[in-house]
Design a protein around this ligand. Structure first.
Ligand code: GUN
Length: 296
């Protein structure tokens, strides 16, 4: 028996469809075009690919895309000045500063200079605090995408044992907060967890976000569990380049009740949720009702 494959590519396309409908309504009824500004500092090839993809999908759903590409040696003062300008620009509803930043820039300082209402990444300390206290916030895109997939598959998550492997600010910690918000019993595990295999085996919902290729084998998965694989690792296998997750897919799929593939699982959901967050930010900024189903 193989678990159900949770198709993130298909689900993300549906979300983009819903976003496009909301954008059309905002334009038609209110003369508003949601706008997303993406700031890229330097020339990291992976980041350039993401930024291009974000810009393309932003335009495809009918929103305005503002791309700011800055030289790798841009000063902190210049970057902060650009963010201040975007904070004040009424046509910009969402601001994303692509991470990682070059090492001479203080990422925390830069992220916390973004207007929290425009922080579509949900990384600003205000949004982190709001999420942690169960208040309305901007929610980080990757965990939001995972939550949407889990709700879509299970309906209610109430009372389930969820194990999140990974404690990053971008995925692990906000994922745990969202699962707690949906009344799961949540464990945050990580590379120093003393018996990681046994901890994982208790999970009804297992979220892998450690960034280590195929670290979680099938015999760490509880039979029937739902496995969400956030990892995107580039490896070489049989002399060929391959993209794999943090979970060993073949062995895990044989015992899981449901599992996300890599690629085509969580990955496509991230940008779809970024677009959703931008529409949400635009609605909030204008005192309009937020789109249902696109927020946590
Ligand atoms: N780099 C890798 N993932 C992300 C993300 O979700 N947001 C930003 N801003 N940078 C990233």
């Amino acid at each position: 028996m193989t678990g159900k494959i949770l198709d993130g590519k298909l689900f993300a396309a549906q979300i983009r469809g819903q976003v496009a409908e909301h954008v059309a309504r905002l334009k038609g009824s209110h003369g508003l075009t949601p706008g997303l500004a993406v700031v890229l500092v330097g020339e990291d090839p992976a980041s350039e690919v993401y930024v291009r993809s974000k810009g393309k999908q932003t335009v495809e759903v009918g929103m305005a895309s503002f791309e700011h590409k800055l030289a790798a040696d841009t000063s902190e003062a210049d970057l902060l000045a650009l963010i201040a300008k975007l904070n004040a620009d009424p046509e910009v509803h969402g601001i994303l500063v692509q991470l990682p930043l070059p090492s001479h820039l203080n990422s925390d300082l830069v992220i916390n200079s973004i207007d929290p209402a425009k922080d579509v990444d949900g990384f600003h300390i205000s949004n982190v605090g709001l999420l942690g206290t169960g208040q309305k916030s901007m929610v980080p895109c990757t965990p939001l995408g995972c939550l949407m997939m889990l709700r879509d598959h299970h309906g209610s998550l109430s009372g389930m044992n969820a194990v999140v492997v990974g404690r990053s600010n971008i995925v692990g910690k906000p994922m745990a907060q969202l699962l707690l918000g949906d009344s799961c019993t949540v464990t945050i595990a990580h590379s120093r967890t003393s018996d990681l295999a046994e901890t994982c085996r208790r999970a009804d919902i297992l979220v892998a976000a450690v960034g280590r290729a195929e670290m979680i084998p099938g015999d760490w998965v509880k039979p029937g569990a739902t496995v969400i694989d956030v990892g995107i690792n580039r490896i070489e296998r049989d002399g060929k380049k391959a993209l794999v997750g943090d979970v060993h897919f073949e062995s895990a799929a044989a015992v899981a009740g449901a599992i996300t593939p890599v690629p085509g699982g969580v990955g496509p959901m991230t940008i779809a949720c970024l677009l959703a967050n931008t529409v949400t930010a635009c609605c909030r900024a204008n005192g309009l009702e937020e789109p249902a189903g696109l927020t946590a």
